[in-house]
Design a binder for this molecule. Structure first.
Ligand SMILES: NC(=O)c1ccc[n+]([C@@H]2O[C@H](COP(=O)([O-])OP(=O)(O)OC[C@H]3O[C@@H](n4cnc5c(N)ncnc54)[C@H](OP(=O)(O)O)[C@@H]3O)[C@@H](O)[C@H]2O)c1
Length: 292
């Protein structure tokens, strides 16, 4: 097998988990653009809508012993951990290292180094997965991202049915990142040894409050939108119908924290890709159809 100047064995395949998700679908298409063989592991192969050229294999991270077919002949794995119990991770990593030599894990910039337990449950599971990966024999890169801009698609139902977004914490200020930019760093880390051992903080290029994000969506869809700040308790009750209390309270605490202290900006997307990270306004234009 030939090894290129980045230490990448050219004929080997990259396995993408979360390939039907916001980030994973761009990882797939960007690897295909680079003519890298890509395999997507999905739970329901019959219903996926992925580009031609990607190999699709059934698999479930919740069934680690069944991942062998997905991992056969794989060089590197793009790994997401979509809220599954972390108790499943050791078995998943055992399977990964039987086949692959590199993993790129989609993590969170909320992790604080050296803490036995992280402040919020979501951050804590990312820290647990990172620790397990560090303890494995795999080469790894961690992509510690700010919030995905796609989180704000949660407002789409309101923007489609009216001109008002009712949500708490209008002044919560974040450096939301475009999913394409996360993918652009991921494909570089997946296809090169140069990023081994890196814990990259990835963010968007500017800080915007939630009220400013709503304004940007309005500009993208050509219709002014108004942010109406409501009590966090109202949203808490809505979120509790879908998520466990510890997770809901963790998310609300995080938003309250961004009012006091905006998320920092990192320039790592541009340093690695050579192209500035997309602004939230650009993201909103890319997603205008979702909001109108
Ligand atoms: N949202 C944020 O701000 C944020 C911040 C930091 C980190 N992250 C991390 O980013 C990850 C990816 O986010 P995203 O928005 O791209 O994902 P997403 O759009 O929410 O999609 C989740 C993906 O995970 C797959 N999946 C779910 N359960 C699975 C299972 N048991 N086995 C295999 N695949 C499974 C889904 O595939 P199918 O349903 O098609 O099988 C889907 O492709 C999240 O899981 C999260 O850990 C997110």
């Amino acid at each position: 097998m030939s090894i290129n100047e980045n230490g990448f064995s050219e004929r080997k395949t990259i396995l993408v988990t979360g390939a039907t998700g916001n980030v994973g679908r761009h990882v797939v298409s960007q690897l295909l653009d680079m003519a890298v063989p890509v395999r997507a592991v999905v739970r329901n192969p019959g219903s996926v809508d992925l580009p031609d050229g990607v190999e699709i294999v059934r698999g479930d991270l919740a069934e680690p012993s069944m991942l062998g077919e997905a991992l056969a002949g794989v060089e590197a794995v793009f790994l997401v951990w979509p809220g599954l119990p972390t108790s499943l991770a050791p078995a998943v990593l055992d399977e990964l290292k039987r086949h692959a030599r590199r993993v790129v894990y989609l993590s969170s910039m909320s992790i604080r180094e050296g803490r036995a337990q992280q402040a919020e449950p979501i951050t804590d599971f990312h820290a647990t997965i990172e620790k397990l990966i560090e303890g494995s024999d795999l080469n790894w890169t961690f992509l510690r991202i700010s919030g995905l801009a796609t989180n704000t698609l949660g407002w789409a139902q309101q923007t489609r049915s009216g001109d008002v977004v009712r949500w708490p914490y209008a002044a919560a200020a974040r450096t939301l990142i475009h999913e394409k930019d996360v993918a652009a760093v991921a494909v570089r880390a997946l296809t090169s040894d140069r990023h081994n051992g890196a814990k990259y903080i990835l963010t968007g290029p500017q800080v915007l409050t939630q009220a400013e994000q709503v304004q940007a969506i309005g500009e993208a869809i050509g219709r002014p939108l108004r942010y109406e700040e409501i009590s966090p308790e109202v949203i808490r009750q809505q979120m509790l119908t879908q998520l466990p209390p510890a997770m809901v309270d963790g998310m609300l605490n995080a938003w309250a924290g961004f009012v006091r202290e905006p998320e920092p900006i990192s320039s790592i997307v541009e340093e690695i890709t050579g192209t500035p990270a997309h602004t939230y306004k650009e993201w909103a234009i890319d997603h205008a159809r979702d909001f109108s």
